[in-house]
Design a protein around this ligand. Structure first.
Ligand SMILES: NC(=O)c1ccc[n+]([C@@H]2O[C@H](COP(=O)([O-])OP(=O)(O)OC[C@H]3O[C@@H](n4cnc5c(N)ncnc54)[C@H](OP(=O)(O)O)[C@@H]3O)[C@@H](O)[C@H]2O)c1
Length: 305
């Protein structure tokens, strides 16, 4: 099969190569999926799991990409709940070969059925950003209707999902980003927008939940805005700041079939809009990962045109 591999961490996306690899076999409780579309998070070449296995052994050449939509072609021993030919989408294991390939082996529990009226590219755009927003807001942030959320990077892949899900849950959402992101963030439902490069973040006043996708100084200043009993949720590494009277939570998204189904149902009935940025074929993907102009949203590779 065709697949994109990485071998050299220092080379970044420029070191990615399209090669021939053996098709994966389905292990216990796995399915093999013929990938129709794959999502890619630009930062994943900096994640240790792209380069080593769970006991820190080199696993290069490894295949990046952890989001997919496609069709099941084989079941491993003991696999239940999915069938050959079924349309699926989901989030694959960080430490296994990923989805920038024509086929991938993945544990069935990491996938959910993809309804027939949802395009594969849309399906592949949802798992990481949708699940991260869902888990950060509702599991870790315990968001309640009537609360206020500071949604950083609101025009980005995760931030646009945070903004929409928080609004739907009855929260007041203050989106942030760069100046050109204002209208996009408002279109995704932000009640107001803070341009982090030109506006004063501190003018926001108090919020109940900060959803941090940026880290550093912005995370620290945001922690200072959190009301008593509020929460800082961050997805960019161990929390570096803590609210004076509240919780700080960092987490890594996990796949969840029920949550994937909730998310795709919202896309079908119009409550949630996906946020797709660059789209390319597998052959052109390496160039697409090195874009010449700024474009916000999820990077999608149509593996099977
Ligand atoms: N822990 C987890 O489970 C998890 C899950 C998903 C994602 N992540 C991480 O979360 C981060 C965001 O992911 P994503 O897919 O949403 O990325 P994304 O689509 O690039 O969105 C991030 C947005 O924030 C903006 N932004 C970043 N720094 C900014 C700054 N200093 N001022 C103003 N705007 C700024 C970006 O604009 P520019 O592009 O112009 O910088 C972009 O619009 C990544 O680091 C990713 O690795 C973690």
């Amino acid at each position: 099969m065709k697949a994109i591999v990485v071998t050299d961490q220092a080379a970044g996306t420029a070191g990615m190569r399209l090669v021939e690899r053996p098709e994966p076999q389905a292990a216990i409780n796995d399915v093999v999926v013929q990938v129709h579309a794959s999502g890619f998070v630009p930062t994943e070449l900096a994640w240790p799991s792209t380069w080593t296995d769970r006991v820190d052994r080199d696993r290069t050449p490894s295949i990046p990409g952890h989001e997919l939509a496609g069709a099941v072609t084989a079941l491993g021993y003991g696999t239940t709940g999915l069938s050959v030919g079924q349309r699926v989408f989901g989030l694959t294991d960080w430490y296994r070969d990923g989805t920038l390939a024509e086929y991938v082996a993945v544990e069935a529990r990491n996938l959910a059925p993809l309804p027939g009226d949802v395009d594969f590219a849309v399906g592949a755009s949802l798992p990481i950003s949708g699940l991260t927003a869902w888990q950060g807001l509702f599991q870790h942030g315990r968001l309640q209707a009537g609360q206020s959320v500071l949604a950083h990077g609101a025009a980005g892949a995760v931030g646009s999902m945070v903004t929409q899900l928080a609004r739907e849950a009855g929260a007041y959402v203050i989106g942030t980003g760069r100046a050109p992101d204002r209208q996009k963030a408002l279109d995704f439902g932000a009640n107001e927008f803070v341009d982090l490069e030109n506006d004063a973040l501190e003018d926001v006043g108090g919020v109940d939940l900060v959803f941090d996708v940026i880290g550093g100084d912005i995370q620290k200043r945001s922690a200072g805005l959190i009301r008593a009993g509020g929460t800082l949720v961050t997805i960019v590494g161990p929390a570096e700041a803590r609210p004076a009277d509240g919780l700080a939570i960092d987490f890594v998204v996990e796949s969840d079939r029920a949550q994937l189904s909730e998310i795709v149902q919202r896309v079908r009935d119009g409550r949630l809009r996906t946020n797709i940025g660059n789209v390319s074929t597998l052959d052109d993907a390496v160039a697409a990962f090195n874009p010449t102009e700024r474009r916000t949203g999820k990077t999608i590779i149509r593996v099977r045109p």
